[in-house]
Design a protein around this ligand. Structure first.
Ligand code: SF4
Length: 217
């Protein structure tokens, strides 16, 4: 499997681990705050699997985990599954994480047998309105995620997509969730990020629904 980009060392993309980050190109959503806008379209993936394996072989003492992000990894479901199988055969102790926007419950179901951690976005209560995508598919993905061993749900606090009135309803949807990460939106347009207090308030609401709530301010 080839990749669009390779960010060799990351300290923030796998909880408490040092990871190497692989990007796939192409996405089936069009979020207004996307920081990887150049990856929304499918492009030629020039980073070869061989070069990734060579890098990991050289840095085995440093790298704990491989993270596949995007773009949207679920568009590469079968390739990622096969890549993870080859990765596990070559590096049995290496952890494997995949990020997803949650648009494919089948991807979550399938890849959970091969990934050590799945991180899914929950972007808004109004997928139809803002992202032209059916909300019930996202709810199915959350259900699939809850059946897996190790997962987190990431909420990016983009004020256009999430308002404080939505917090209680989002909490109810996430009732019983293991790990939730609330992250600050990094400004890309003229929409100002919420103040940290708003994120703290949301975190306090979610704490009564989820096992662990982490804040990334
Ligand atoms: S799902 Fe992720 S990669 Fe796709 S448009 Fe949204 S933020 Fe960008």
């Amino acid at each position: 499997m080839n990749f669009f980009a390779h960010h060799k060392v990351s300290f923030v993309d796998y909880p408490k681990k040092i990871s190497t980050l692989l990007f796939v190109s192409g996405c089936n959503l069009n979020c207004a705050y996307c920081h990887n806008a150049s990856l929304k379209k499918r492009r030629v993936n020039k980073i070869t699997e061989r070069s990734v394996f060579e890098f990991i072989t050289k840095r085995q003492n440093l790298i704990d985990a491989v993270v596949i992000t995007g773009g949207e990894p679920s568009l590469y479901q079968d390739e990622i599954k096969d890549f993870f199988i080859r990765l596990s055969a070559a590096f049995p102790t290496l952890l494997k994480k995949v990020d997803t926007n949650g648009t494919s419950p089948g991807f979550i179901r399938d890849i959970s047998a091969y990934a050590d951690l799945i991180s899914m976005d929950f972007k808004t209560l109004f997928y139809e309105k803002y992202l032209n995508f059916p909300m019930d598919v996202i709810l199915n993905s959350i259900e699939e995620l809850r059946k897996t061993e190790n997962y987190e749900i990431r909420i990016t606090m983009y004020p256009e997509y999430i308002s404080p009135e939505d917090f209680p309803e989002m909490g109810k949807i996430l009732r019983g969730t293991k790990n939730i990460v609330i992250q600050q939106y990094r400004q890309v347009d003229n929409v100002k990020p919420y103040k940290d207090k708003v994120l703290n308030d949301f975190s306090n609401i979610l704490k009564s629904y989820a096992e662990n709530v982490y804040l990334k301010l």
